[in-house]
Design a protein around this ligand. Structure first.
Ligand SMILES: *[C@@H]1O[C@H](CO)[C@@H](O)[C@H](O)[C@H]1NC(C)=O
Length: 252
């Protein structure tokens, strides 16, 4: 940090100011450090996230990539329920494009981050209304059961329990046949900590037991039938996911 000259008009004739300035500088440095510390801990400490103010970098979001890889397996597990899909997560343009290539699949996407470097394909998806940028901390602008299947990736890792409590039931609300959650393994935590300097926040990777307990607490039911079909299809295709995948039931 360089010391900037103060307001020149204040330099003369005010000796009390100049005497207090070293103390002031130290105070400012301490205050600045505190802000920095608060800033770095905010993402991991669960004080809420600032998804909307953060830009994304392609390829950074492991689980959105994993959704693309898992599409054939999801099709085997969900069959007809893949006809109207909403994907929520970073890099949603890629996921939506991939889903739209499948026969009889309609797809929409919600991008929780600003898209600053959208390619032409992504721009056209946004123009057509297939993809929208939305802060998922607010209720989703869809009626109940608007989509047969809702898939969310990466996004939840950045939400504190307070926001999870709002967002997760809302994702369930807009789904008719289920919600599929792709979330990072706690062992991926290390790689993600590097994001803090880049994005000013870190993901919080929770363990499988944390999630299961959380689902129970919030009265969200796991979809065992879908889970079993997904496992079977994974084994058959030698598919090993790089993310944790949970299957939740929609409301009746
Ligand atoms: C989230 O919801 C659960 C279950 O209703 C509750 O036990 C928990 O205290 C809530 N957490 C926060 C941070 O609001």
């Amino acid at each position: 940090m360089s010391r900037r000259p103060g307001n020149p008009s204040r330099r003369f004739g005010d000796s009390s100011k100049s005497r207090s300035s070293p103390i002031l500088s130290v105070g400012l440095i301490v205050l600045g450090s505190l802000f920095l510390i608060a800033y770095f801990y905010r993402g991991s400490g669960g004080l809420g996230s600032h998804l909307d103010s953060v830009s994304r970098v392609e390829g950074d979001y492991l689980c959105s990539g994993e959704v693309q890889r898992a599409i054939p397996i999801l099709q085997k597990a969900y069959g007809d329920s893949m006809h109207k899909v909403l994907h929520v997560g970073p890099d949603t343009c890629y996921v939506v494009s991939k889903l739209l290539k499948e026969d009889e699949t309609e797809a929409w996407g919600i991008e929780p981050y600003d898209i600053e470097d959208a390619d032409s394909n992504c721009k056209s998806l946004i123009r057509r209304g297939s993809v929208r940028v939305a802060d998922i901390k607010f209720p989703l602008p869809y009626r109940p059961k608007s989509f047969s299947l809702v898939i969310v990736s990466d996004t939840l890792d950045y939400l504190s329990p307070r926001y999870l409590n709002k967002t997760l039931p809302d994702l369930v609300r807009v789904s008719a046949d289920g919600l599929v959650i792709f979330t990072g393994f706690p062992t991926n935590q290390k790689a993600k900590v590097a994001d803090v300097s880049k994005f000013g926040r870190a993901a919080k990777m929770r363990s499988s037991s944390w999630w299961v307990k959380y689902f129970l607490q919030t009265n969200l039911e796991e979809n065992e039938a879908a889970y079993k079909k997904f496992e079977q299809a994974s084994t058959k295709s030698s598919y090993v996911p790089k993310c944790q995948i949970f299957h939740l039931k929609s409301l009746h």
